[in-house]
Write a protein that binds this ligand. Structure first.
Ligand SMILES: Nc1ncnc2c1ncn2[C@@H]1O[C@H](COP(=O)(O)OP(=O)(O)O)[C@@H](O)[C@H]1O
Ligand SMILES: CC(=O)OP(=O)(O)O
Ligand SMILES: [Mg+2]
Length: 400
């Protein structure tokens, strides 16, 4: 058996999964609200009847080390026993790998220094990823730790897609270019979509819409990322829970010169206080949709801006690909929100994108088609599984 512990450390959360890619998940869980009051743990294990048993607890988690302690306590209390199912490696999601990390990489002191240096290019993510690695190393000092980078899948972007039109020397000196993120998800989902359609990956042209708390679009041509909406940092592109996505860069200058916000203030405003939260007061899509359904006009505008931006990217990426075989929705919002999917693709019938309202309303955790039989473009919902993908890549990196 090759068991991997997969760790996805966010700024305020720790998601984990103990998994054998060949046989399935042994446990998964989440510690939320790290660093603030009201920490909570959820731990799930498969039960005898083929379902899952779920355990919840309030926990005190001032930092990632404490979150790891809470996770261990949950394994101790609810199983499975880590002594009986020891991981052969720990796989970590790391968001920003820059141009340096294009493969899953065994963590060394130098790798950690590099991840730290890349923090300015993913300020919400890399510091938390590193904190998670260090906490996990203290708990599992004897197994290899592997970093799997969100940016790696996008290393195939052509220069025309990753180059910003600014002074070349300045850009090169400061490594300013599009890197792209959510690559582990885009890679997994584009492959799973090809498998579901029963078509060779090499001949498929796909647009993947990863709509989670962070959100990005990826144009995948023959299994390779050729265009993606996040940029040098995970701020560019789609409207997100708390991030603005695309904005005229002159707005930042205006905020600094005329409103006298500091660079850190602007960072906070755009990364944490914008998106659907800034527009409506709701960062969570479930709350936004509920407010729209209750007739709240401000919520309606936020929802419309969110969908309008997606539709624009679908059109742009269709043009870049020249042909689209499938549009694939994934992640929390993409997998669960029928109203978002319908609004995002509304009016595209003339381009051969026709949703089936009934199929779109079905709730399921399986890959499925939500377009009509005569829609020229297949529209799919394919649940992402970043943890499984990270586990596979971790085992490959350690040669297990
Ligand atoms: N049933 C649902 N309807 C609409 N949105 C949902 C639903 N379930 C989850 N979501 C949304 O998914 C988002 C979180 O997605 P997720 O992929 O878990 O994000 P992350 O990995 O970035 O934390 C939240 O905005 C949440 O509102
Ligand atoms: C890169 C990124 O935005 O990740 P997340 O969606 O987990 O915030
Ligand atoms: Mg995510």
């Amino acid at each position: 058996m090759s068991i991997v512990l997969v760790v996805n450390s966010g700024s305020s959360s720790l998601k984990y999964q103990l998994i054998d890619p060949e046989t399935g998940t042994l446990a998964s869980g989440l510690v939320e609200r790290i660093g603030t009051d009201g920490g909570r743990l959820e731990h799930q294990v498969p039960d005898a009847s083929g379902g899952t048993a779920s355990f919840e607890a309030d926990v005190d988690a001032p930092d990632h080390g404490a979150a790891f302690d809470a996770m261990f306590a949950a394994f101790g209390e609810h199983g499975p026993s880590l002594a009986e199912h020891p991981p052969v490696a720990v796989g970590h999601r790391v968001v920003q790998g820059g141009a340096r990390f294009v493969e899953p990489t065994i963590v060394t002191k130098l790798v950690k220094i590099n991840i730290d240096e890349l923090s300015t290019l993913a300020p919400l993510h890399n510091p938390a990823n590193l904190a998670g690695i260090e906490a996990a190393e203290r708990k599992f000092p004897d197994v290899p730790h592997v970093a799997v980078f969100d940016t790696a899948f996008h290393q195939t972007l052509p220069p025309a897609a990753y180059t910003y039109a600014i002074d070349r020397a300045l850009a090169e000196k400061h490594r300013i270019r599009r890197y792209g993120f959510h690559g582990t998800s885009h890679r997994y989902v584009s492959r799973a979509a090809a498998e579901y359609l029963g078509r060779p990956l090499e001949e498929l042209k796909t647009i993947v819409l990863h709509l989670g708390n962070g959100a990005s679009v990826c144009a995948v041509d023959g299994g390779r990322s050729v265009e993606t909406s996040m940029g040098m940092t995970p701020l560019e592109g789609l409207v997100m829970g708390t991030r603005s996505g695309d904005i005229d860069p002159a707005v930042l200058l205006h905020l600094q010169r005329r409103v006298h916000l500091s660079p850190n203030d602007v960072d906070r405003v755009l990364n944490r206080e914008s998106g659907i939260l800034g527009l409506s007061g709701h960062a969570d899509m479930r709350d936004l949709v509920a407010a729209v359904e209750a007739g709240d006009e401000t919520a309606q505008i936020a929802f419309d801006v969110y969908a309008h931006r997606i539709r624009g990217y679908v059109g742009a990426y269709a043009a870049q690909l020249g042909r689209v075989d499938a549009i694939v929705f994934t992640a929390g919002v993409g997998e669960n929100s029928a109203p978002v999917r319908a609004a995002a693709l509304a009016g595209l019938e003339g381009f051969g994108v026709v949703l089936d309202a009934e199929a779109n309303a079905v709730r399921s955790r399986e890959p499925r088609t939500i377009s009509t039989a005569d829609s020229r473009v297949s529209v799919l919902v394919v649940p992402t599984d970043e943890e499984l993908e990270i586990a596979r890549q971790t085992l490959e990196a350690v040669g297990a």
